[in-house]
Design a protein around this ligand. Structure first.
Ligand code: ADP
Ligand code: MG
Length: 594
């Protein structure tokens, strides 16, 4: 218990940074650290947006420009307080980020980076040509920041503001990543096997979280720009152009994209290296030029090749391990939904159909599930089971037919609405967040039973609810027998346990109906047996299940009723014994094996 934790280390580092201007360190250090703090603020936004969310922006320098120019114009031309300039700058940034984000974030991956490049270039030339903003000379004579009688005129003084902002932002981003919204954000990164399907199935609007990340990153950049403007006491377009947009991204990648420590590491390394290179490279190559860009390019390639996670993870190895928060199992329970009584109508699938071009993958399939039932949906490969599953769970739109869940029409309503109506699911290809703990992955399933938003999480006001979510996650892990592995990274588990974690995550949403897509696929014999035990236990607890499965033996022992599909059609329906005895089913399976 007395061992030094990562959090203690961070606190000591923060303390050292904040007392530095009060001790006689050289002014040069302070200047350098001011820049590093300002860069870190911007890069922290990229950690969230690019590292965590997988969304690339080259436009962060432009958002810094918005913050800088707004306060410059308001304080010099209009004679208003820099604090008003801060509020106005953040407000303008917010609107711009919402507009740019809304226009591009619904589109596929490449549109955002392209849009941010355009936005950065456009702003640069606009500002450079506007008479009111002093064209390429910029605006001079900004006032120093003032708080009461205390003026942040000197570098040593504004240092305090810069580092207070950077450290608070670091705390905010750290908290956010470890919260209800953060779990969704971490699940979105397509570069790490994530995407929209799973978060949507847990009830989260992925578009909304992408937009939130984009806005938070833009606001951090804008804040950095405001501080920069009042540190320099002047602004001009050059630090807000595309070159800096690229450099910020470079800092994020070099430091370790996706980690808060990486933001500071990258900002520090680039700033310090740039200064040295600016001195030495012209000596080596002669003349003057931006030779450091060449060096950075080479370094970037080397880092991506040999340390793709950036340099921070290499440094972090020397730091004390990150302690995991204890789970308070006495925390009050999250609200539960009222489930239908055993035997009540739960799911009614009527004549659903799905066509992919000329192929009818699902051809007028109907079946019902009553509360407490375990129904199997089987058929040879390509029979249309997964498609049926996706139609019922709202991942795919129906061509025709109706789906009723608990008396409520849910066809055409999308997977978020269906999750809210009480259906939860697992995935044939496991969709866990590999670099998140098992416990956090399961806690993601409590999304619809919790409320915490981004701001609340960043301010650390979500403690009580977070404790409830974690306690619920632990309870579900115990239910499936994986509580012992709660604090391991999900990516370190074998496929069998991963499938069980997915079930626990689905259970954490307190569903009335649980859909499992090929839970036994790819499992070894022992893992299959463990899975069957869990499913039997869930059945005994009265849970309703739809089990889509290719493996007939696995389904036979577990289900009350089985629906058999072949070539998209309904082949037969009956008890396991009836299905087993059916020559038509045997022929379908034999035909498919050939
Ligand atoms: P199963 O899960 O029973 O193995 P699927 O539902 O995955 O079967 O597939 C049923 C049929 O629909 C297959 O012929 C498959 O190739 C086709 N199919 C599935 N998804 C798509 C899609 N997105 N676009 C076109 N065809 C698809
Ligand atoms: Mg399938």
């Amino acid at each position: 218990m007395t061992s030094l934790k990562r959090a203690h280390f961070a606190a000591v580092a923060a303390l050292v940074l904040l007392v530095l201007p009060f001790v006689p360190v050289p002014d040069f250090w302070i200047t350098q650290l001011n820049y590093i703090g300002l860069f870190s603020l911007v890069v922290l936004g990229l950690v969230l947006l690019t590292g965590v969310g997988g969304l690339t922006s080259f436009g962060q320098a432009a958002f810094a420009g918005v913050g800088a120019y707004t306060t410059a114009y308001m304080s010099t031309v209009m004679g208003l307080s820099p604090w008003l300039g801060l509020v106005a700058g953040l407000a303008i940034t917010l609107v711009l980020a919402l507009v740019i984000g809304a226009l591009t974030l619904r589109m596929s991956g490449h549109y955002l980076p392209l849009a941010t490049i355009c936005w950065c270039l456009a702003l640069y030339y606009l500002v450079g040509n506007l008479e009111a903003l002093g064209k390429y000379d910029g605006l001079l004579g900004l006032p120093a920041l003032q708080l009461g009688d205390f003026s942040f005129r000197s570098e040593r003084r504004i240092y305090l503001l810069i580092w207070a902002a950077a450290l608070l932002a670091a705390v905010g981003v750290t908290r956010l990543l470890d919260s209800r919204p953060g779990r969704i954000m971490r699940a979105l990164n397509t570069n790490r096997g994530g995407g929209a399907t799973m978060p949507e199935a847990m009830g989260a609007s992925t578009f909304r979280y992408k937009l939130v990340m984009f806005v938070v990153a833009a606001l951090l950049a804008s804040l950095s720009g405001w501080l920069y403007a009042h540190m320099q006491r002047s602004v001009n377009p050059s630090p807000f152009g595309i070159k800096f947009g690229i450099e910020y991204l470079f800092m994020a990648v070099l430091g370790g994209i996706g980690t808060v420590g990486g933001a500071f590491t990258g900002a520090a390394l680039v700033k310090l290296a740039e200064d040295q290179l600016k001195v030495w490279l012209p000596v080596v190559f002669g003349g003057s030029g931006n030779y450091e860009i060449i060096v950075f390019g080479v370094v970037l390639v080397l880092v991506l090749r040999f340390a793709p996670e950036g340099l921070w993870p290499l440094l972090a190895r020397w730091l004390p391990a990150r302690g995991h928060k204890a789970v308070d199992e006495q925390a009050p329970r999250l609200s539960a939904r009222s489930h239908p009584p055993r035997g009540a109508a739960l799911l009614d699938v009527r004549q659903i159909r799905k066509q992919f071009g000329g192929l009818t993958a699902v051809n007028d399939i109907s079946f019902t599930i009553r509360a407490g039932d375990i129904v199997g949906l089987i058929g040879p490969n390509g029979a249309g089971k997964s498609t049926t599953f996706n139609l019922v769970s709202g991942v795919l739109p129906l061509t025709a037919g109706e789906v009723e869940l608990l008396g409520q029409r849910v066809d055409g309503r999308g997977s978020r609405a269906i999750a809210r109506a009480g259906l939860s699911r697992t995935f044939q290809h496991v969709k866990l967040v590999p670099d998140m703990t098992v416990l956090d992955n399961v806690a993601l399933g409590t999304y619809l039973r919790t409320r915490t938003g981004t701001l609340r999480a960043m301010l650390g006001l979500n403690g009580a609810e977070e404790a409830q979510a974690r306690a619920e996650a632990m309870r579900q892990l115990r239910r499936i027998g994986l509580d012992g592995q709660a604090h391991e990274l999900a990516g370190n588990l074998a496929l069998g346990p991963q499938r069980l974690v997915e079930i626990a995550r689905a259970l954490a949403s307190d569903p009335s109906l649980l859909l499992l897509d090929e839970p036994a696929a790819g499992l070894r014999h022992k893992e299959k047996a463990a899975l069957a035990d869990v499913l039997r236990q869930l059945k005994a607890e009265g849970l309703s299940l739809l089990l889509v499965e290719h493996d007939m033996d696995f389904v036979m022992k577990l289900t009350d009723r089985i629906v058999v599909m072949e070539f998209g059609r309904h082949l037969m329906e009956g008890t396991p014994a009836e299905v087993q005895a059916s020559p038509a089913v045997r022929a379908a399976y034999l035909g498919a094996e050939e």
